[in-house]
Design a protein around this ligand. Structure first.
Ligand code: GLC
Length: 739
């Protein structure tokens, strides 16, 4: 439609119709399947409003969306098509590694391509908006949703935000794309104590410098939608935070798209203690800048009276409706309400060889080799190897948010390894999780579900004994351990980051047999590995690797792919050391370089400092030496460009994909700056025995910081420029920025 037709449509709509456009409901309201995740509460809304609802949550599949669209349009007085929106966070049917694994690839281009594949699958299934990318900076591994984020670094998360948005949206014009809905604006990842849904309290300099950049990058990349966080920020719930949703998002950053609340978060303004009832909640959210009310009764039940009583300016509603109509128009839904979706197109588009191939490449690149004692890896096919562990045959390698994926499509670890060793010995050895208290605490597993998940004591003993027998007859044991799918993702905060006790027991028992152990981890967060790292010979961090996980793990273990993954989060020595992040401040009593020695420095007395495996860390087969670094100048002005040359040498016979990382430290500033922060990186292929120069260009806009008014600043002074394979092992030189 032309813009003037949209405007005349808006002018012709009744107030009820307009309010309907601001309401999003899940499948059961449209007699479709309800696979949405979230609190179940009775909405108490009228059938009339259901008939006028402008969008649906997590209703997908070409057949279902076409049916619901047809029925809903017939009931709409102006036959306005619906928007279908869903959580397609790391794949629709072809499931990629979780974003924490995608982050570990440091491969922006491949991730962009994979997100355009995911968008094509979702579009063929009739979906229009993907509730992705999730780019919350996550510094606390106790928070289960760290799974969904590319990691702890604002610069890297911003890069992934940009490429993921591009991937999702670039093919919208030919109905093979999705509107990207970046989330959760803002700073959900900073929940206090890593406790789910907890409050967030940040200084403005911290908010602007460490938490806002990824959302800003998504907006600059043109994302069509922003989802509010469920949390409060500095005492004001985000869903009613005008400063965030209007002043920063729209006025400062120029965002013109749609703001959608998170699941029931408008209603939850009451629970926050910000408003007293649903009517006030709706008013507060709309006036703050929220256009669509996801799965709460507040807009549906309250807006009409607010307008007719003169307590709410109808123009606020008109602006929100116009944004929604414009988005529907951008998708061409007025001309083709089905967005080209059909069962035939859907079946042709999903899980193709090409899409699975790219997913496998990303699963391989996501794998981080954390330990490889005496270069035990890669293995050889003629070695006497066994696969033991609860994840050996599990299809649940796809993680908690792969809500449209199917475990039946997954290549298991056993299947992947059997392509190298057809008669591989395999057994589970123990359950994934035997802690009934923890499973009870999840709050959604029935007693029957728990019984299904936990073998009887006799069965457990039998499994243990079988595993020890298999291990005794082998030289090398690959142990597939990790977390249950529901131990990670939303509503999965934990205080103990170690592997489950039963898994640690089995590792101990097999280590005592004197066997070489390759520990393969299937997990969605940094784990505490301090108590197992010395008992195993290699650690392969595979995350939830997705549909092609088993193939990727096997290809890395047998050397078909040389592991290149580099962590985007710090792995702590102990759970109590969280939150843990590399770009921390020095403090007045840094552990190194303080005038106080030993005792009176910033540290824990019962745990080593820093990370067991730090941000940026990962091993490859073979060795890269960072010989030297040259700077084009030792003094620069704000208008100069500094050239940084890093000289590398591949001292092995392996081809190595190396991620060269560039960090800076602003040594003196009016708001103290982190001891280092990532400002650039390059992923380069190093042929065997080759010397390579990697060149970076640094400009002053990479040297700025934010003050406690949210202003971006730059101050002359001394900067350390650092390059290396991770955030710990760095070559450093200094420059002076002159005023
Ligand atoms: C959930 C999540 C959000 C998701 C939404 C819809 O509660 O917080 O990330 O997109 O509800 O499922």
């Amino acid at each position: 439609m032309r813009q003037k037709e949209i405007t005349s449509l808006l002018n012709d709509m009744s107030l009820e119709e307009k309010i309907g456009q601001l309401v999003q409901l899940s499948g059961e309201f449209f007699s479709a399947n309800d696979i949405s995740l979230g609190p179940i509460q009775k909405l108490g809304i009228s059938q009339q409003i259901v008939n006028l609802a402008g969008s649906a949550l997590n209703v997908v599949g070409a057949r279902v969306t076409r049916e619901v669209q047809k029925k809903q349009m017939q009931m709409q007085p102006h036959h306005i098509p619906m928007l279908f929106m869903s959580d397609i966070i790391y794949g629709y049917k072809t499931i990629l590694p979780i974003p924490l694994g995608l982050g570990a690839t440091w491969d922006l281009d491949k991730v962009e391509k994979a997100f355009s594949n995911a968008a094509a699958e979702a579009a063929a299934a009739g979906n229009h908006v993907a509730f992705a990318p999730m780019v919350d900076v996550a510094r606390d591994a106790r928070w289960g949703r760290i799974l969904e984020s590319p990691g702890e670094d604002p610069f890297l998360n911003a890069k992934f935000a940009q490429f993921m948005v591009n991937g999702l949206q670039k093919n919208i014009s030919n109905k093979c794309g999705q509107i990207a809905c970046v989330k959760h604006f803002a700073a959900y990842g900073a929940v206090e104590g890593g406790k789910e849904y907890n409050s967030v309290d940040l200084s403005l300099s911290n908010l602007y410098q460490n938490y806002l950049p990824p959302y800003k990058a998504a907006v600059k990349a043109g994302c069509g939608m922003v989802m509010t966080s469920l949390t409060s920020l500095n005492g004001v719930p985000v869903t009613a935070n005008k400063e965030l949703l209007t002043d920063i998002l729209r006025k400062k950053w120029g965002f013109t798209g749609i703001v959608i609340s998170d699941y029931a978060s408008i209603y939850e303004l009451i629970k926050h203690g910000f408003v007293s009832d649903e009517v006030q909640a709706g008013k507060a959210a709309l006036e703050a800048g929220v256009d669509i009310d996801m799965k709460s009764p507040c807009y549906a039940n309250g807006l009409k009276d607010l307008v007719t009583d003169g307590r709410l300016d109808e123009n606020k509603i008109n602006q929100a409706v116009l944004r929604i109509l414009n988005l529907k128009n951008k998708l061409g839904l007025f001309e083709d309400p089905f967005f080209g979706a059909s069962e035939e197109k859907e079946n042709e588009c999903i899980l193709t060889v090409e899409k699975r191939g790219l997913a496998r490449q990303l699963s391989e690149e996501a794998i981080v080799l954390l330990k490889n004692k005496n270069n035990i890896l890669p293995l050889k096919q003629d070695q006497n190897i066994a696969l033991i562990g609860p994840y050996a045959k599990k299809g649940t390698l796809i993680g908690m948010w792969a809500i449209h994926g199917s475990t039946a499509d997954t290549v298991t670890i056993s299947e992947g390894l059997k392509k190298y060793i057809p008669n591989l010995k395999v057994c589970s050895g123990t359950d994934l999780q035997r802690d009934r208290k923890l499973l009870d605490n999840l709050g959604f597993l029935s007693k029957e579900d728990i019984a299904k998940n936990i073998a009887s004591e006799d069965e457990e003993l039998k499994n243990n004994q079988e595993a020890l027998k298999v291990a005794a007859s082998s030289d090398i044991v690959i142990m597939a351990m990790g977390e249950e799918t529901y131990e990670d993702g939303e509503a999965s905060s934990k205080t103990d980051l170690r592997l489950a006790q039963n898994q640690r027991n089995l590792i101990d028992q097999i280590a005592k047999l004197g066997k070489k152990i390759i520990l393969v981890l299937i997990n969605g967060r940094p784990l505490v590995l301090s108590d197992v790292a010395d008992k195993v010979d290699a650690i392969v961090e595979a995350w939830f690797p997705g549909t092609e996980g088993g193939n990727a793990i096997a290809n890395v273990i047998f050397g078909k792919y040389n592991p290149s993954g580099r962590l985007t989060v710090d792995f702590p020595y102990a759970s109590g050391a969280e939150p843990l992040y590399y770009n921390h401040l020095a403090t007045g009593r840094p552990e190194n370089g303080s005038q106080h020695i030993g005792r009176f420095v910033s540290k824990y007395i019962d745990c080593p400092q820093g990370a067991l495996y730090p941000f940026g860390f990962g091993l490859s087969y073979g060795k890269v030496k960072y010989n030297s670094m040259e700077l084009s100048a030792s003094r620069i002005t704000v208008s100069d460009q500094l050239k940084v040359t890093v000289n590398l040498e591949n001292q092995s016979d392996f081809t190595i994909n190396e991620t060269v990382q560039l960090y800076i430290h602003d040594e003196v500033a009016s708001v103290v700056q982190p001891v280092k922060r990532l400002i650039d990186f390059k992923k380069v292929e190093l042929k065997p025995r080759k010397l390579v120069k990697v060149i970076f260009k640094v400009t002053s806009n990479q040297l700025t910081f934010f003050d406690n008014h949210g202003n971006e600043k730059i101050e002359p002074g001394r900067f350390a420029i650092m390059a290396g394979p991770n955030s710990r092992d760095l070559i450093s030189k200094e420059i002076d920025l002159i005023g």
